[in-house]
Design a protein around this ligand. Sequence first.
Ligand code: AN0
Ligand code: CP
Length: 313
Amino acid sequence: MKHFTKVSDISDIDALVKRARTFKGNPTAAEHMGQHKTLILVFFNPSLRTRLSTETAGTRLGMSVITMNANQGWKLEFEDQVIMNSDRAEHIREAAAVISQYGDVIGIRTFPTLTDRDKDYQDHILNSFIRYAQVPVISLESAIRHPLQSLTDVLTIEEFKKTKRPKVVLSWAPHPKALPQAVANSFVEWMRATDADLTVTHPEGYELAPEFIGDVPVEHDQQKALADADFVYVKNWSSYRDYGKVHTQDNSWMITPGKMDLTNQAFFMHCLPVRRNVVVADKVIDSPQSLVIHQANNRQWAAQAILEHLLNQ
Ligand code: AN0
Ligand code: CP
């Protein structure tokens, strides 16, 4: 059974991006293919873009869409052979099997613990759903990846790039809260699978997991990294090494007009939500070089292409 949780689930990224662009030009291109099929989206934490874009995508394919907010009150047990006398009222084995009785595709959104690195990097919650579900599962952002966002970002770069192999810089930025590495991990994973010249820049201590960064060049001098960039993708993440910790909120890492001046008139990208004047200065996010709303728009076409891909099996 096909699932969608990571780049290696896709054998032909170009074809998928092409299909997403087709949907962008013609949203009703496959308006009946999901008829009489149900999409069930389960959110263990809040979402604006992922929720609305995936609901829209399912509806445009003719699917019925049910969204379940599971961030309050629905406490699932994921461990096996436990005596279930805590506040966890239902086991993942039954929960995933039950959802599969009603849904033809299941989407799961979950955040990491940011305290238990091993469990997070096994993607314990998402993989438990996959193990016990009887239908295809889509990751709506897991503990360590955000593949719908990354597919969107590949699509957006494809639309705006002026050279075949653009220079793309992923820059860490400050943030007051500890955030997952998911968006950064996934972005690197997808950039490595496409034709891009990627550099990652972050302060010491924010190294990404070795299995994600691979041999991608890392430059600790942000200004050096930004030189001649065509795309600047900005995201905060907490430490992987000192797991889940925020070492610095050094605001000298914020993206400012002066930093964008170092680039090759680069486009500014961010997955949103973004903290203005912490991560990026107003002048940059409000400039014509900012692609953040294009990215949000593209979420629906990426989701539509993925849903069609999973229904076609
Ligand atoms: C989340 C994160 O960094 O993973 C969601 C991004 C899609 N961001 C926040 O919680 C602010
Ligand atoms: N970019 C993104 O996934 O946003 P949400 O958290 O609002 O879904």
